[in-house]
Write a protein that binds this ligand. Structure first.
Ligand code: ZN
Length: 132
């Protein structure tokens, strides 16, 4: 199994955040499987769609969050998400937290808080989610 340091993994998430075309928040993530495979993602529209993320200051409803892009890539490629850890530049929204929990992601590490949820809220549902 490949071993990666948490610092390097967060730097990878930060690099992928730069790929986002969003203007309100550029979010990057990297999902690490139990065997060390890395699945990066960032917030944006589905592949092949016009990658405009906002109109005015309002995010379009079909913009996928970075965490969702990671787990959807796993679905597309047939990679199990059970037991994965995800590194994200921003704390996950409730929808992403629920999806990560439901698909077996065991741990979440984020760089900065975003939105109104706090770790104790998440920890009611996910055992291991914290700011790195
Ligand atoms: Zn989200």
């Amino acid at each position: 199994m490949l071993k990666h340091s948490p610092e390097i993994l967060m730097q990878i998430a930060e690099l992928y955040a730069k790929e986002s075309r969003a203007t309100r928040a550029k979010v990057g993530a990297v999902l690490v499987t139990s065997t060390g495979v890395l699945i990066p993602g960032y917030n944006g529209t589905p592949s092949g769609w016009d990658n405009t993320c906002e109109v005015g200051n309002k995010t379009l409803p079909y913009v996928l969050h970075a965490e969702m892009n990671c787990i959807l890539k796993c679905a597309e490629e047939g990679v199990s998400t059970r037991g994965c850890t995800i590194y994200v530049t921003h704390s996950p929204c409730w929808h992403c937290a629920a999806c990560l929990s439901q698909c077996g992601v065991k741990a979440v590490r984020y760089k900065q808080k975003y939105g109104d949820a706090v770790e104790s809220d998440y920890n009611f549902y996910m055992q291991d989610i914290k700011c790195q």
